[in-house]
Design a protein around this ligand. Sequence first.
Ligand SMILES: C[S@@+](CC[C@H](N)C(=O)[O-])C[C@H]1O[C@@H](n2cnc3c(N)ncnc32)[C@H](O)[C@@H]1O
Ligand code: SF4
Length: 384
Amino acid sequence: MPDRSPGFGVYVHWPFCAAKCPYCDFNSHVRHQPIDQPRFAAAFETELATMRARTGPREVTSIFLGGGTPSLMEPGTVGAVLEAVARHWTVPDGIEITLEANPSSVEAERFRGYRAAGVNRVSLGVQALNNGDLRFLGRLHNVAEAKVAIGLARDIFPRLSFDLIYARPGQTADAWEAELNEAIGLAADHLSLYQLTIEEGTRFHVLYNAGKFVMPDADLGADLYALTHAVTAARGLPAYEISNHARPGAESRHNLTYWRYGEYVGVGPGAHGRFIENGKRVVTIAEKLPETWLNLVEAKGHGIVDGEVLNRSEEADEFLLMGLRLAEGIDLARYEKLSGSALSSERLSALQSEGLVAPVGNSRLRATAAGMIVLDAVVADLAR
Ligand SMILES: C[S@@+](CC[C@H](N)C(=O)[O-])C[C@H]1O[C@@H](n2cnc3c(N)ncnc32)[C@H](O)[C@@H]1O
Ligand code: SF4
């Protein structure tokens, strides 16, 4: 029986990048003056202390430093944050501690410092193994630098993942298949493979609407998705989630906590958290603008500006939406416990006959490949 405990994760958001990529709508900011890292480290520590007071004593199952570009943090800043997490909660030896890194050479030089601070897994934003596409994506690195960073990360960290963006303008299935095979050959044990999406508020949104480039149509997008899943499965890194692929056992513990609807605290600008407080699941959402967040934390002990207490049906809906992204699917008994009633057997059989969901044994339910593509609609139908 696999261990499917949802877990308790700690997420730390570093909100700065060297440049803003034209496709990205994450909470990331470019600053042309140096960042006061000790001040940020102190604010992270303060916010962690506030979170500890809300969650009570807990055992942490994973820590994730995400961004933005956390590899712009000094190793000392990362060390201070990790020490603060360990002061507040129980952090068992060897739990997954991930840091997102960009593959430029300056950042790669800091890798040893991160390892010494306790980071044991790196997630590298490689994005493409093709210089023309890296330029199109506005990245500051080239393929040679990405490969150096991958090699260095493999030498230094026990675990490595990297991200690629596919379904780029002009990308053919053959070109993607060759690139994906090359990526797998670079021997990461985990790959995050995202289809390029045009997000509102990004530069790509403006350029795309002005007809400056053409995106692959829906049919090609679906073919590339199917190809991605077939190639990774054949090479031993099957999808365990819509966009995430791993050798069995190398799945991201931290991301599994999100999808298994576990608990996590989020600290830093724009971070979200979801954890049980006084028997109810609460949501926390922090101020996005780094300087405003800093002032709030220094004045009030936290930068939380929004949040809510979820009711049963909201929890059950979120549980479905997250869990059906996973190849392992959801535990039907847990759904029933959360929502107070079982999923409607009528709707289940309708969706099953349309080939969108499938049972796993007699206690779990998963979305099929066709169901994953229209997951929001499947969940809306099930949760009705
Ligand atoms: C927060 S970024 C992480 C890391 C790091 N800053 C970097 O870019 O290398 C998370 C990942 O989301 C993906 N991503 C962001 N925006 C995307 C978009 N519009 N379409 C597809 N993937 C996207 C990229 O692969 C990126 O590495
Ligand atoms: S993709 Fe990564 S590096 Fe680029 S702007 Fe977004 S967070 Fe920053």
